[in-house]
Design a protein around this ligand. Structure first.
Ligand code: NAD
Length: 493
């Protein structure tokens, strides 16, 4: 019998994960409260699975399991920890189809190529036994001072739904590599991929309790995790509003928090930009994952001399963006939920009301298969002014705002004129301008004639301003998963 495209990109969730369970202490555990949350496919509304609506008691159980596993994991040789992480990466590679398909089914995105999950774990595994302390200068010859890098203990990890696979390992892998244990609270909309990846960690031989997953809502399980006195460090990825609440909760028991928040990332297109490269890249940067990427290039700040050419090129590119369900060979799927669809449609309305001009899109696509899912059209607004809501607020959808600038200085003012500072791109063939603008943009990453890390391995990722603080995925950031202890030895009798 012929296998349809849909069958190939679909799997039986029940064959991978038991329905309605957390993963705590190496066991599948039902939620104590008994309530569950339905997880559905945003392209069709079909039910995929249910997960427990975790509460304070479930979090307490997971923190207890993680605390119990901590001493032995901390004392495991860093090289062995690295080998176990490598084995985990291998298993994720072997199961990359399941990880990819599960993620696509719960997020609703079409394929974007091989999952980055094994690569992130492999990179981190290599660092496990390379982190060292220092020896310190001493005023007395027989006194030796040194620093040790030690893990924090139990770390909490809260992630959003937009890329649950990579986001699960981005904080968890370095925490584990440095000898911490973790409790993950995935997003209520996409908790299945994190459960599968955590199960693969157990299969790889990472001991029970080192990695735990408690599902549930942010205001319940997420809040309980951030407040639990047994948690010694938090990593939060999500919106600035929730990040602020998590930071308050962490302040209540004085633990450090790493925040990876939203963005309104500018694509600065200068007069001498290589447009043949810039235009398709910008189109991709805001339509990939239906614009639900923190680093999405959601604002084009273009030199007015080339404005018309750029808008024409972008419009052509947007017209070609294909939209459909996760199993089709299309560029863009639906948004994650009805709530997110309403939010994006609200911004389309707001852009029109404030006087911006719709060039492409501007609403919902009609007919089958769009009526069943949370689809919106890829949309370009031109004649956007810097103070409009669509130029200031993170939409988290496939909506591009085009703003004109008279010169480089004005382009920089506009680029820096939001509360965000996650990533940015500068498009120019003039190396002098590239350096000047890169130095003056307030963002955690500036890419010249490319997007994001542009293929660089281990590029620190994280925000300036309200986009957060702390960095992930880099040799530097792994130190954040350790605390420094000074040891002084006085050798004199
Ligand atoms: P969100 O803040 O609503 O939710 C994110 C996570 O936080 C979810 O697991 C949620 O359950 C939990 N949460 C919500 N309120 C909480 C609370 N009071 N206490 C503890 N946990 C709580 O964000 P979202 O809408 O799911 O995700 C989109 C946002 O995430 C966007 O702003 C996007 O830019 C950001 N994001 C940032 C990065 C990055 O690396 N900087 C990556 C992906 C997404």
């Amino acid at each position: 019998m012929a296998v349809s495209q849909r069958d190939e990109a679909t799997l039986e969730v029940g064959s991978l994960l038991p329905d309605g369970h957390h993963l705590i202490g190496g066991e599948w555990v039902a939620g104590r409260g008994g309530e569950t949350i339905a997880v559905s496919n945003p392209a069709t509304g079909e039910l995929l699975a249910s997960v427990p609506r975790g509460d304070r008691d479930d979090i307490a159980e997971a923190v207890t399991a993680a605390a119990a596993a901590f001493p032995a994991w901390r004392d495991t040789s860093p090289s062995v920890r690295g080998q176990l992480l490598l084995r985990w990466a291998e298993l994720c590679r072997e199961h990359s189809r399941e990880i990819d398909v599960l993620e696509r089914m719960e997020v609703g995105r079409p394929t974007w190529g091989p999952s980055p999950v094994p690569g992130i774990i492999t990179f981190t595994a290599g660092l496990a036994d390379k982190v060292t302390g220092q020896t310190l200068p001493s005023a007395v010859p027989d006194v030796v001072g040194m620093t040790l890098r030690e893990p924090w203990g139990v770390c909490g990890v809260i992630i959003p739904w937009n890329a649950p696979g990579p986001l699960t390992v981005q904080d968890t892998a370095p925490a584990l590599a440095m000898g911490n244990t973790v409790v993950i609270k995935p997003a209520e909309d996409a908790p299945l991929t994190p459960l599968l990846i955590a199960k693969l960690a157990l299969d790889a031989g990472i001991p029970p309790g080192v990695i735990n997953v408690v599902t549930g809502y942010g205001g319940e399980a997420g809040d309980a995790l951030s407040r639990h006195p047994g948690v010694r460090r938090m990593s939060f990825t999500g919106s600035p509003e929730s990040g602020s609440r998590v930071m308050e909760a962490c302040a209540s028991h004085l633990i450090p928090v790493h925040l990876e928040l939203g963005g309104k990332s500018p694509q600065v297109v200068l007069r001498d930009a290589p447009l043949e490269k810039a235009i398709p890249t910008i189109v991709r940067s805001i339509t990939l994952n239906t614009g639900q990427i923190c680093a999405a290039g959601s604002r084009v700040v273009v030199d007015e001399k080339i404005h018309d050419r750029v808008v024409e090129g972008l419009a052509e590119g947007f017209e070609k963006v294909t939209v459909g369900p996760w199993y089709e060979q299309v560029d863009m799927g639906p948004l994650i939920s009805a709530k997110q669809q309403e939010r994006v449609l609200g911004y389309l309305e707001s852009g029109r009301e404030e006087g911006a001009k719709v060039i492409v899109g501007g609403g919902k696509p009609q007919g089958e298969p769009f009526d069943r899912g949370y689809f919106v059209q890829p949309t370009i607004f031109d004649q956007v002014e810097p103070d409009m809501r669509i130029a200031q607020e993170e939409i988290f959808g496939p909506v591009l705002s085009v703003l004109s600038a008279d010169d480089e200085d004005e382009a920089l003012r506009i680029a820096n004129g939001t509360r965000y500072g996650l990533v940015s791109s500068v498009w120019t063939n003039d190396v002098g301008k590239a350096i000047r603008v890169a130095r003056r943009i307030q963002a955690g990453q500036v890419s010249i004639n490319t997007l994001w890390s542009g293929g660089v391995i281990g590029a620190p990722f994280g925000g300036y301003k309200s986009s957060g603080f702390g960095r992930t995925v880099s040799a530097e950031s792994i130190l954040d998963y350790t605390q420094t202890k000074t040891v002084v030895i006085d050798g004199r009798r």
